[in-house]
Design a binder for this molecule. Structure first.
Ligand SMILES: Cc1ncc(C[n+]2csc(CCOP(=O)(O)OP(=O)(O)O)c2C)c(N)n1
Ligand code: SF4
Length: 294
């Protein structure tokens, strides 16, 4: 606030003595000194860049951010940020992330991993994290393969794909991560690609700002073990942006219809955002504790 100056019109010293504003954060503030060891061309490079940008836009300093992952190439991501990081056990990132959010509700909690981590070994945790609804953001780098263990099929590998563990072609239908999370009632569900860095950054920022469990599936190609026909070609030929299509992100049933198109189209953007987010589990527990304490 400025007050009228005395006589000469110059600003008075007292006017300028307000607490200086904290300097704005930049993506660099979130970049650690560790150099990523992903293969050149791996989609995860774009994902970490989008995360640096989104965190800078949200504006919480690194020491107020906790980044939890499982095990896999993608799960290395917390180490490449300056946030507090925890590489847990394969498939167990979500339980640890929820525990951290309960113990430290003041922290901004991000959780990340691969499609194997999230929808195979860790698949049983996802529905319960959704229905528990803590305020955290879950990012899956979906490369349709097990990257770290050298190319076995994953739950999102398409039927017929030849991998190191399905040499005659996968005989199972893939899991649909978007439909899975929508069906269990997640309040925020989006899908992005590293090639659209601006779009990806915006959706990660929106997911972080969403007050509840937010799920973001990122089609992040594995250039070493992945099937380029399955992922790279689809991104080049069949990608459709939900904003351009005029999709109403508050329409959950329409979001489910679009998510069902998984094998024919690749939609990017926010599929669903609950316009009236319910109270989160962490807030509920804290309020009840206060009530009971009188
Ligand atoms: C309990 C347990 N089971 C299996 C493994 C072996 N393992 C490590 S990473 C991984 C799969 C990685 O695939 P994904 O989660 O899709 O991540 P990506 O490497 O593709 O990013 C497996 C099976 C392990 N480390 N721990
Ligand atoms: S193996 Fe695949 S997922 Fe892992 S770093 Fe290399 S390109 Fe990325």
């Amino acid at each position: 606030m400025t007050t009228p100056s005395a006589g000469c019109g110059c600003p008075q010293p007292s006017d300028a003595q307000t607490t200086p504003a904290a300097p704005a954060l930049t993506p660099k503030d979130f970049k650690s000194t560790l150099k990523p060891i992903w293969c050149p061309g791996c989609g995860d490079y774009g994902v970490v860049t989008a995360i640096y940008r989104a965190l800078a836009a949200v504006g919480r300093p690194p020491h107020e951010v906790a980044f939890i992952s499982g095990i896999g190439c993608s799960s290395r991501i917390p180490g490449y940020t300056t946030a507090y990081g925890f590489n847990t056990v394969h498939g167990r990132a979500l339980p640890v992330a929820q525990g951290i959010k309960m113990a430290r509700p003041d922290l901004l909690v991000l959780c990340a991993g691969g499609d194997g981590d999230g929808f195979s070994i860790g698949g049983g945790h996802v529905p319960h994290a959704i229905r528990r609804n803590l305020d955290l953001t879950y990012i899956v780098m979906d490369n349709h393969i097990y990257g770290l263990t050298k190319g076995q099929l994953s739950p999102t590998t398409k039927r017929g794909a030849k991998t190191s563990s399905s040499t005659y072609g996968s005989i199972e239908d893939p899991v649909n991560p978007l439909l899975y999370c929508l069906a269990y009632g997640a309040g925020f569900v989006a899908q992005g690609v590293p090639a659209d860095l601006d779009g990806l950054t915006k959706m990660i920022e929106a997911g972080i700002r969403y007050p509840g469990f937010a799920f973001i599936n990122i089609q992040s190609p594995c250039v070493t073990y992945g099937d380029p026909e399955d992922q790279v070609k689809v991104q080049k030929t069949r990608m459709k942006n939900l904003v351009t299509l005029g999709h109403d992100r508050t329409n959950r049933l329409r979001a489910m219809e679009l998510a069902q198109d998984y094998t024919t189209e690749l939609y990017t953007g926010v599929f669903y955002q609950n316009p009236n987010p319910p109270e989160t589990y962490d807030t509920y527990i804290r309020n009840r504790q206060q009530e009971l304490a009188g």
